[in-house]
Design a protein around this ligand. Sequence first.
Ligand SMILES: Cc1ncc(COP(=O)(O)O)c(C=O)c1O
Length: 496
Amino acid sequence: MKNAAGALLSSIQLDRNSRVSVSVQLYQALRELILSGGLRAGDRIPATRTLAKETGVSRTTVIDAVDRLVAEGMLVSKVGAGTYVSDTLESQRPPQIVNDTETTNVPKPRLSYTISHAQESFAPRAWLPHKAGSFVTALPALDAFPVAHWSRISARHMRGERGLVMGYGEPKGFAPLRRAIAMHLKALKGITCDPEQIYITTGAQQAFSLIGRLFLNPGDRVWMENPGASGARNALLSEGAELVPVDVDAEGIVVEDGLKKAPHFRLAFVTPSHQQPLGHVMSLARRFALLQAVEDAQGFVVEDDYDGEFYFGNSPQPALRSIDTGERVIFVGTFSKSLFPSLRLGFTVVPHRMIEAFDRLFASWVSGPPTMTQAIVADFMDEGHFATHIRMMRRLYKARFDTLMEASEVLKGAIDVQPTSGGFHTPAFLASELDEAKVIAQAAERDVTLAPLSRYCLAPIEQKGFALGFGSATPEEIRKGVDVLRDLPEVRKKLV
Ligand SMILES: Cc1ncc(COP(=O)(O)O)c(C=O)c1O
């Protein structure tokens, strides 16, 4: 190959051990040369026979690659005259951007005002863990999941009617699943609702986003428990919310504080059955005060019941939604805790007056979770496995919680683990003279993950400490985790 194009083409390296076929590699290399300007408009490509000889591949392989570029319009074949780089590339070649982390002159895309503003208040590190461990939050007991029932139901659906689980599903969610959820809510939460009020989402986070999208104008004020849920915080911020951090005490959100800071609010986000992350159950008085406040503001409450199935205390409170006579509560549930998080399956129960708006949203563009997944969960519930699983997990989480409380006696004075009455995480308060960041770093060096309370705070709080998960670890792992904490240099300062 004597011309300039020939010299460039001889630089092509083909890897015969690659899983990508040689023909595809050659096609990609030629394409890259054309797009990067190495081969210019009008350059003649050597004859396929010559190319085959130079690159050491068969002529058929070269013809495959060249034909593909001719079909794409990058090369043009002229009968009797050879193959050339298309002239189109002269006038219409897009500017070339070097994808190099060192390159500083490439302008960043201009983000929307809403997102730029939201990012300033995003909770740091809101993504959730996938690996179980002593104090890992948010993960249920994956070791205790009844995989056999799940596999059997799943196989049955694969053999069943294909259109049902392989076609596009019903926009608001698989009807049998919505019916099963309505029954479950009645039995467990005292919520009476029509399946038509239920919308299936890809987890609670998607429900929060959709609620925000439907009801918020940029700058609308949203009460947010402080400390509070970090995923919901980011979802609502992304929809334009102006979040108002509202204090939390042992009875739940302090309504008085919310009224003082923002009497005119559009939404209030709360976790009444198990405050995230402090673990309190909202008192009945506070529930009524909150309902009165939203009625006065003509707003709505978003009730996030993320782990409410696992209440193991003495006197369960019914859902806020169950005492909402004014149609002001939007209930959000998830299967991330009651089954497992990778399902990406949640739901929202909306007041009657919102059905039309939600129906239109879901029918227009919302893409929900796979129908296959929904169908498996519907059967899992209808056959009674869900109720059994919840009963067993409630006992198991209580046992794991008791182990944590008992083992953590040795930490008293340095790290005080707080009692809770449900779910599978509880706060642990750190003595004021100890350094939270040091404890986290020293624990991480020993492979123990701690979630600081500050991660849940929209506005700083005085209390230092951690949210300790106890759901995904065995009692032995929990005890080992406590031993690790006891031996941390920063913790020892206070224990000895
Ligand atoms: C407060 C809260 N709500 C909801 C969820 C569940 O979100 P999703 O259903 O999107 O997994 C979590 C997950 O940890 C959470 O902490």
